[in-house]
Ligand binder design. Sequence first.
Ligand code: MN
Length: 261
Amino acid sequence: MKILISNDDGYQASGIVALYEALRDIAQVEVVAPEQNNSAKSNALTLHSPMYVHRAANGFRYVNGTPADCVHIALTGLLDYRPDLVVSGINNGANMGDDTIYSGTVGAAMEGYLFGIPAIAFSQTEKGWAHVDEAARRARQLVEQLAPSLQGGEQGLSAASPWLLNVNIPNLPAHDIKGMKITRLGRRHAAERVITQTSPRGETMYWIGSAGPAKDDSEGTDFHATTQGHVSITPLQVDLTDHERLTYWAQTTERLGRATA
Ligand code: MN
């Protein structure tokens, strides 16, 4: 099994090192990750400046680009093979609910998915890397469980119909983490206010405030599962179409068209 690993916290982050160490025992792994922290870069691609790929002493390759750049470059020019799986993380902090829209961790995994490769984004629910080795062990467990379908082409899970999983792991020691739970995304409240400071030159500086607390953390959500100590697994899709309201909008635009005719 061949696995491409990336992240958004940068190639030196504890989370990607732990993930690499855990997965190298069970697969041929390659790391291509951003040089700098690229959290909240979502699916951004760098179009207006050149990128360079360097190799660190530990073999990791790093790019002066975004998480999606890293996976894009790896898949379209760097690797001379097609990986069976793309994994991203382990992120320093939760990617639950609306976080998934902004997350560079999810963005890297999604880039693999868009290329038709199954992909998993891994995050720890709290910042600070507490119990990151246990999180990496859980990540390996999941990859091991999915491995037969990745290589054998099991019905419905094969690379012909790629899938994208968003996994959040509580920062708990081995004996406190409960089993895996399949969840839907919860919702957060609107983010906190922007933070302003005065620069040494007297100008106002703006810092994006922290994400809001959970608004929908009801049973079945990623928030709920991780609060209970479970490893949350949310299958994601990329189609943003509001399918439920397609008919409503079709009728509305037809009505508006008649009114203005
Ligand atoms: Mn991050």
